[in-house]
Ligand binder design. Structure first.
Ligand code: NCD
Length: 308
């Protein structure tokens, strides 16, 4: 089983492999039609034990664009999980049906367990508050395509840095490129987990600051990565209500930013970006969705060892 390539953490790919993937994604963007038969006769299984709109549909679109087919479920209550089936057993069964799996699960480590029991590639489409490596590929594709580099950037992350798995994965990916520095903007209760501060940022010798005011971060940022407060991971409703509108990016705050600063957001947006910001050319969060499809097309091809 060890020969099969999986994507469980962003670190499962070297920076060279990421560079090749982004190159492929760029080529797909230029001429998607060229790739429309690459996965002819193949199947992607999307196993979503947790709500999703974008990620699941983005995977399905990616596979269909490559000429493949899709099976799966988007509501675990309608699958055998409701009867008590383990992840290991579900994965063994899906191995007979599909060529590749994209799985989202509320428990940290679930995708890893799936990979251990799979002879076909498993892609982690989000495991609890832990990792979301394909959102990271989406984000890297967006940054690389729009900025032309993944190095020497000042990246501000704002919002729920504690539970936001997209934040954890993207920081882990970006510390591997030279001269990146980080501005971490959150309420004190929602700071990044200790392991990100100690084992990722400090261990890689990266410059970073932690702030509570978004206004203080904006003037210095090349990238502003906004995030939603992760309601579903809070222990109490009152705590969530207290935090949910802590940050709202609006036109007034955008006026503090450089003309080249880009605003990213993994979506869904709740209140943290006012709709008035959408028309700002620096707001690339909807464009990011398109970059995500190309990144996932490139990933499916890479894990299945396919080329034109
Ligand atoms: C993110 C996620 O699921 O972690 N969404 C996504 O995949 N685009 C971010 C979020 O839910 O806030």
């Amino acid at each position: 089983m060890s020969e099969v390539k999986h994507l469980i953490s962003p670190l499962d790919m070297s920076t060279d492999e990421i560079a090749s993937l982004l190159k492929l994604a760029g080529d797909i963007k230029k001429d998607p039609k060229k790739y429309s038969k690459v996965c002819d006769g193949m199947k992607l299984a999307t196993l979503f034990y947790e709500p999703s709109t974008r990620t699941r549909l983005s995977f399905e679109t990616a596979m269909i664009n490559l000429g493949g087919n899709v099976i799966g479920f988007s509501d675990a209550a309608n699958s055998s999980v409701a009867k008590g089936e383990t992840i290991a057993d579900t994965i063994r069964v899906i191995n007979y049906f599909a060529d590749i799996i994209a799985m989202r699960h509320p428990k940290e480590g679930a995708a890893y367990v799936a990979a251990q029991n799979s002879n076909i590639p498993v892609i982690n489409a989000g495991d609890g508050g832990h990792q979301h490596p394909t959102q990271t590929l989406t984000d890297l594709n967006t940054i690389f395509s729009e900025k032309g580099t993944l190095s020497g950037l000042r990246i501000a992350f704002c919002g729920d840095l504690k539970f936001g798995r997209t934040v954890h994965s993207l920081i882990e990916a970006l510390v591997r490129y030279p001269r990146n520095s980080f501005i971490l903007v959150s309420p004190p209760e929602l700071r990044v987990p200790d392991y990100i501060r100690e084992d990722v940022l400090k261990a890689n010798g990266c410059k970073f600051t932690e702030l509570t005011k978004l206004e203080d971060a904006i003037p210095d940022a090349d990238i502003l990565y906004m995030t939603r407060v992760q309601k579903e991971r809070f222990f109490s409703e009152e705590e969530y209500i207290r935090m949910k509108d802590f940050y709202i990016l609006n036109k007034e705050k955008m006026a503090l930013a450089s003309p080249e600063m880009l605003v990213l957001h993994p979506l869904p947006r709740v209140n943290e970006i006012a709709v008035e910001v959408d028309e700002d050319p620096r707001a690339v969060y909807f464009k990011q969705v398109q970059y995500g499809v190309y990144a996932r097309m490139a990933l499916i091809m890479t894990l299945l060892g396919l080329s034109l």
